[in-house]
Design a protein around this ligand. Sequence first.
Ligand code: FAD
Length: 462
Amino acid sequence: MNLTVIGGGPGGYVAAFYAADLGMNVTLIDLERNPGGVCLYRGCIPSKALLHVAKLIHEAEQAKNWGVEFGKPKIDLDKLRNFKNNVVSKLTGGLGQIAKQRKVNFIQGRASFINSTKLKIETIDGKTIEHSFDKAIVATGSVIATIPSLNIQSKRLLNSTSALDLPEIPKSLLVVGGGYIGLELGSVYQALGTQVSVVEMLPNILPGADRDLVNFLVKRVKETFAELMTSSKVLEMKEIDNAIKVKIQDEKGNVVEKNYDYVLMSIGRKPETRGLGLENTKVTLTERGWIKVNKQMQTTDPNIYAIGDIAGEPMLAHKASHEGRIAVEAIAGHKVAFEPMAIPAVVFTDPEVAWAGLTEEEARKQGIKYEVAKFPWAASGRAITLDRTDGVTKLIIDPDTQRLLGIGICGPNAGELISEGVLAIEMGANVTDLKLTIHPHPTLSETIMDAAEVFFGQSAHY
Ligand code: FAD
């Protein structure tokens, strides 16, 4: 079986390596020198390296409340940039090595379909080659969405990629868009000393996440950021001397003008299918531009599969990797389907916000019967030792079967803690299982057991 994977992100490289493990003859094509994709080069990984530093700065600031004073941090931007770049090259270089070890034929270049069994590849060294395949997996990911009317030519207008390059530490930064990418990058700059403002069109930041969780983050953002403007809209931007002048319609409908050193546009991402030659195949798209796939990740062209951001929401790395494995198994003839009970989502702000399975709002909208059990971190011994009681663990439970339908956690390390809930949902665990599972003390993971005890009205701590 000749399998060709187009795009070397967390969808594509996982699929390619797994297919090689299953004995397929695999070619992996990507524009970069090594596999890694958006996630490793300009997404999950560099942002988390910088957020780690932001967390350290915050903890050092907070330490004065505990009798330890470090003073104002001195930021060496070159060193910080190098740290982040080294993290990226270590990981992407490692993937390049694994590709060699697995005998995956890695080609650096741009691929487009000639037909349902043949690709044209423009390689990095200027050659154009034709390449045939039995099956192909499209894993070309997504690109930054823009608002054409706000697309001014200015080095002061950043997107998520240029913001990760840390051009300088601006005095002020306006983040346009209160989604997870804007909030994470805004948090990095805030920790480095920038006055960060956020403008979001909708009434809330992180639309889609549970309000009980997000409220803690909103409180923190209001305390540490310069401004949080919700139900507000950027109408116009203009570069002036050493700043960008921004016209904003605020929640009362008033139009205000403000100047910012830099503006970070972060309004979302969209699937990028341009230039892929999909019109030469039987692949079709959804109304919103994603490639249509079935539960085996097969497109409407039987030879072509699609995974990751190009195949629909949620646009997350772990969802892309899981789909990659499903596609490869389907191609290998195994009986598989992409049917996860829960896909975790994590916002790596401070506090972190994480959830999986049904949210309360989804349950309500879908008319699903549910009960809620909440354990506030103000009652958690571990949270108190960390001096971080600004959190909550929330369970959504089926009242008839007492099965866990959803879980939400807000607080430091929520992103690490959520996996227990994901496993519980996948395994069909009920709230008694969570209650009876002995959790180590004193840890934040106990808050899941504590929330289960709350459900039965038997909490030892709340
Ligand atoms: P991608 O990672 O987008 O990779 C696609 C690859 O295909 C790219 O390398 C591209 O060069 C290549 N390509 C495109 N067209 C062609 C072509 N014609 N020929 C050859 N190659 C091509 N997700 C998380 O789960 N957790 C996070 O914390 C997180 N943080 C993020 C932070 C930021 C700032 C951003 C921007 C994204 C973040 N994401 C995060 C989202 C995550 O990066 C994506 O969901 C993930 O990378 C999608 O993987 P993918 O395999 O679908 O494609």
